[in-house]
Design a protein around this ligand. Structure first.
Ligand SMILES: Cc1ncc(COP(=O)(O)O)c(C=O)c1O
Length: 420
């Protein structure tokens, strides 16, 4: 007799609890509501997606086309990355950050930094669903939504480090360790600490002094320092360029950094990035990756190598950042008119995000974002999508064009979404 078929009963215990990724949840809900919103002249305007919408630099298309026809392009590449790609990364890290790297031991190619981070966590965590016995990875909260699930799904504990106005979004690490103990966790179980400056969703940057302290702290405690540098090149004119953690003395003994071509070059769909830093961390990440993927398409690596080392790439980033800055100004002006206390908020000088308090009168971030979508067709992300400390806030991504942003402000006004 055939067994009762129930695929869901075969899922792992953790996966049974896994929620759909926040961005896909928002996308699904927006799609459901689209006909209704269009009918009332409120077609969705998407301020939720963390992706630039302008086309990538022309160079990447040209070099991809050329590379496609080169002999040997279609065979497996080495998981580590082709020598020309690794050399381009080394050159980029030297020119942009003044960091010296050995392409043989200190760099590894990634299918985007999200993949790299997930595999790094897998290298560190001994899986168990017993919370008290779990290996711990400290993550920023609010922070990129993937960290928590990526750690949870492999049986680890993601412990939040609160990034709040009071600490200028740079938490005191000693206090975090104290809270961890008070919450009944064993500090000896902390394997790694994730930092992400400039930060998604806050747009916050860190001072050099703070980064230096983090390196010292991790060295002292033998904690792997994981720096997520996905937004390192996205900063406004006149601001100090965000640092690589590898610029700091002793960092290479304890840190690995994750870089991405997604945001600076508007290449989110190309899936290109790299990890670099401590050779043991890079080595073990590479060993793990070699078992689960087989490297990047060589033609993509050619295009990436070209843009990373070209003047056109730098110019493109500069222009894109200027546009984000201009669009941020437009939004801030409008939001100020609607009552947001813009002059007393920490306004990002990097990334393309805005992190704002929800107006009084809404029961939660989720409630505000739902109402904004249902009434005005404006799609933003509730702060709680980025962690428990995100309650009371929402994230705007300023990726759409200026006209769309003006339309957002006008809808907020017409539909009564003011900060009063
Ligand atoms: C902080 C942060 N890290 C990493 C990523 C992943 O980027 P990618 O996988 O495209 O390199 C994102 C994407 O939104 C992000 O916001």
């Amino acid at each position: 007799m055939q067994a009762q078929i129930d695929i869901k009963s075969l899922y792992s215990d953790y996966v049974k609890t896994l929620e759909t990724y926040i961005m896909f949840r928002i996308k699904q809900r927006t799609m459901e509501l689209t006909p209704e919103l269009k009918a009332k002249n409120r077609a969705p305007i998407n301020l939720s997606i963390g992706a630039p919408t302008q086309p990538p630099p022309q160079t990447v298309f040209d070099s991809l086309k050329t590379a496609l026809c080169e002999p040997g392009t279609s065979t497996y590449s080495t998981p580590k990355g082709e020598p020309f790609f690794l050399e381009a990364v080394v050159q980029r890290m030297k020119n942009r950050f003044g960091v010296d790297l050995n392409p043989k031991t200190e760099v590894f190619s990634l299918i985007g930094s999200k993949e790299g981070l997930a595999n790094m966590f897998r290298c560190l965590v001994n899986p168990t669903l017993n919370e008290r016995e779990q290996d711990i990875i400290l993550i920023p909260d609010p922070g990129y939504a993937s960290y928590k699930e990526q750690i949870g799904v492999i049986g680890g504990k993601a412990y939040p480090m609160p990034l709040q106005y009071e600490n200028n979004f740079m938490p005191c690490l000693e206090s975090v360790m104290e809270s961890l103990k008070n919450d009944g966790f064993n500090p000896e179980k902390v394997k790694a600490l994730v930092i992400n400056y400039p930060n998604n969703p806050l747009g916050a940057t860190a001072t050099r002094d703070y980064l230096k302290k983090i390196v010292e702290f991790c060295r002292l405690k033998n904690i792997l320092l994981i720096s997520d540098a996905a937004y390192a090149d996205m900063y406004f004119a006149g601001q100090e360029a965000p640092a690589s953690i590898l610029e700091f003395e002793g960092a290479k003994d304890i840190a690995i950094e994750f870089h991405s071509l997604s945001k600076p070059y508007s290449m989110t769909g190309w899936r290109l990035g790299w990890a670099c830093g401590n050779k043991d961390a890079v080595g073990i990440l590479g060993k793990m990756k070699s078992t689960v993927d087989t490297g990047l398409f060589k033609a993509l690596q050619k295009a990436a190598a070209e843009i990373l080392t070209s003047k056109e790439g730098d110019k493109y980033i500069e222009q894109a950042n200027l546009q984000f800055q201009k669009k941020q100004e437009i939004l801030l002006k409008g939001l100020k008119e609607l009552g947001w206390d813009i002059d007393n908020l920490l306004i990002p000088k990097a990334t393309f995000y805005l992190w704002l308090p929800i107006p009084p009168g809404f029961s939660s971030s989720e409630d505000f974002c739902n109402q904004l979508l249902e009434k005005s067709g404006v799609v933003v992300v509730p702060g709680t999508g980025f962690g428990q400390y995100g309650e009371g806030f929402f994230r705007i991504s300023i990726s759409p064009g200026e006209e769309a942003l003006q339309e957002v402000i006008s809808r907020l006004k017409q539909d009564g979404f003011t900060f009063k």
